[in-house]
Design a protein around this ligand. Structure first.
Ligand code: FAD
Ligand code: NAI
Length: 464
């Protein structure tokens, strides 16, 4: 340790970086974390998971009041109005409390926050601001940023990325979302619920790529019912701002005649790319893969001894919980323990209403690998969903035909994000569909639909 300033230096304080720093400190390692943002917590806490969920929650309550869903339950509200400033205020408050919470945890665990942009000057040396530090282990957790779309220049006023879309000071009259992925549907839903006309332009012929085919189709139907409009199989080639409006030029992805769409606001949400610019990784001897990401082995070690990488900057789903688990695992590996992340069991959730969630293989992927048995149960037949007037969606359990081992679980349900945890745990423990079917589930809960879907794999659901 004599020549080193730190045992561990983490670059980036997102869910990957701050969790790695805390775990490393817990394991007795002298730890610092470089972060160039004014607050800790990375994309997720500052401009991602947390503020988007704050707006999703508030806008959903507004929508329930505004569409008459509450009135149907006997909750009548007169003189309903939208106070967007307060809605934004509670969003900012959630961010402030949670980013402040990470700062508190850093102090508690004696982690030094090196404020500023980190740049490698050697394999074990990094400059942050005017300070040069040497660390025995360096964890790159620099996350990701929005992928730019050629011809569509983001100005964060009328043409925004997800960060700008969280901050809009007024409800757009017509928001065009480019990209029918997770960000497009979550933030498109927020602004639709508070009154915007929303058109989603998606390059592929269906929304939510990577999810189970049946789930994608059903989700599309539900979003249409909620008033979102879709232009699938369509690409945007140009966006021109004229004062307070934007003219978008779109054309069929497969080729064909171009047309224009007038919008008040445009959200660019076509994916994210790894943050490696300005890190001077070449000075550390580290190369990037063809997608601009840092490759690691199963222990999160890069090709340069002493340099590790986790989270959005490495291949895999760009999800906060994946980054967090990798943060714990890498710190444990550095400390000489065995840190493992099972990348086959990473749940994903779209926090719309209803929520859309999945873990493991899609039915399409599972069938490519061999024979499967599939059990499905509609939320319409689940007593709790029915009582709560939440008829949309289903749960689907995909199991290996021979061994009955659960290969994937998909759900569209109001609380699918919470329900999917039991599926992840079951898969982590190598459960069969029969194990889920014969586990006692509390009544009346949405989770009973998971049990019934598992029973349907065995051909004997009770309530359909
Ligand atoms: P990040 O959170 O991106 O953090 C990296 C940090 O490193 C940043 O703070 C950055 O400033 C800092 N940094 C970068 N380079 C340097 C440098 N050279 N020196 C110093 N600091 C540096 N995921 C979910 O699981 N659930 C969700 O609900 C969800 N919602 C999202 C909503 C939106 C709108 C967005 C954009 C993303 C969302 N995500 C969600 C994805 C999630 O935010 C990311 O997967 C997660 O933040 C990745 O964590 P990370 O630690 O790898 O990087
Ligand atoms: P995404 O990858 O989910 O979706 C991007 C969509 O844009 C895709 O459907 C793609 O086909 C489409 N697209 C690409 N180029 C296009 C073009 N030129 N024209 C029209 N459509 C085009 O990416 P998104 O939504 O930007 O989110 C980025 C990341 O953030 C995701 O990887 C996601 O994991 C993460 N995230 C996670 C959330 C969650 O877990 N709830 C919420 C928000 C983001």
């Amino acid at each position: 340790m004599a020549d080193y300033d730190f045992d561990v230096l983490v670059i980036g304080s997102g869910p990957g970086g701050y969790v790695a720093a805390i775990r490393a400190a817990q394991l007795g390692l002298k730890t610092a974390c470089a972060e160039s943002r004014a607050t800790l917590g990375g994309t997720c806490l500052n401009v991602g998971c947390i503020p988007s969920k704050a707006l999703l929650h508030a806008s959903e309550l507004f929508s329930e009041a505004q569409t008459g869903a509450l009135a149907k339950l006997g909750v009548k509200i007169e003189g309903l109005s939208l106070d967007l400033e307060t809605m934004h205020g509670q969003r900012k408050d959630a961010v402030k409390q949670l980013t402040g919470g990470v700062e508190y945890l850093f102090k508690k665990n004696k982690i030094e926050w090196l404020k500023g942009h980190a740049t490698f000057t050697g394999a074990d040396t990094v400059t942050v601001g005017d300070r040069s530090v040497r660390a025995k282990n360096i964890i790159v957790a620099t996350g990701s940023s929005v992928t730019p779309l050629p011809g569509v220049a983001i100005d964060q006023e009328r043409i925004v990325d997800s960060t700008g879309a969280l901050e809009l000071p007024e409800v757009p009259s017509h928001l065009v979302v480019i990209g029918g992925g997770v960000i497009g549907l979550e933030l498109g839903s927020v602004w639709r619920r508070v009154g915007a006309k929303v058109t989603v332009v998606e390059y592929l012929d269906q929304i939510l790529p990577g999810m189970d085919g049946e789930v994608r189709k059903e989700a599309n139907k539900i979003f249409k019912k909620q008033g979102l409009e879709f232009k699938l199989g369509t690409k945007v080639t140009k966006a021109e701002r004229n004062g307070d409006s934007v003219t978008l030029t779109v054309e069929p992805a497969a080729g064909g005649a171009a047309e224009t769409i007038e919008a008040s606001h445009v959200l660019v949400a076509i994916g994210r790319r790894a943050n490696t610019e300005g890190l001077d990784l070449d000075k550390a001897g580290l190369a990037l893969n063809a997608r601009g990401q840092i490759e690691t082995d199963h222990d999160f070690a890069t090709s340069v001894p002493g340099i590790w990488a986790i989270g959005d900057v490495i291949p895999g789903p760009m999800l906060a919980h994946k980054a967090e688990d990798e943060g714990i695992a890498v710190a444990e590996n550095i400390a000489g323990l065995t840190g493992i992340v099972n990348h086959d069991v990473i749940p994903s959730v779209v926090y719309t209403s209803p929520e859309i969630a999945g873990v493991g293989l899609t039915e399409e992927q599972a069938k490519e690998r061999g024979a499967v048995k599939v059990g499905k149960f509609p939320m319409l037949a689940n007593s709790r969903a029915k009582t709560n007037h939440e008829p949309d969606g289903f749960v689907k359990v995909i199991a290996d035909a021979a061994s009955d081992r659960v290969l994937g679980v998909w759900a569209i349900a109001s609380v699918a994000g919470t329900m999917i945890a039991q599926a992840a745990q079951a898969m982590e423990l190598g459960a069969s569909s029969e194990d889920i079917a014969y586990t006692c589930h509390a009544h009346p809960t949405h989770s009973e639909a998971m049990k019934e879907a598992a029973m349907a794999v065995l051909g004997k659901p009770i309530h359909i």
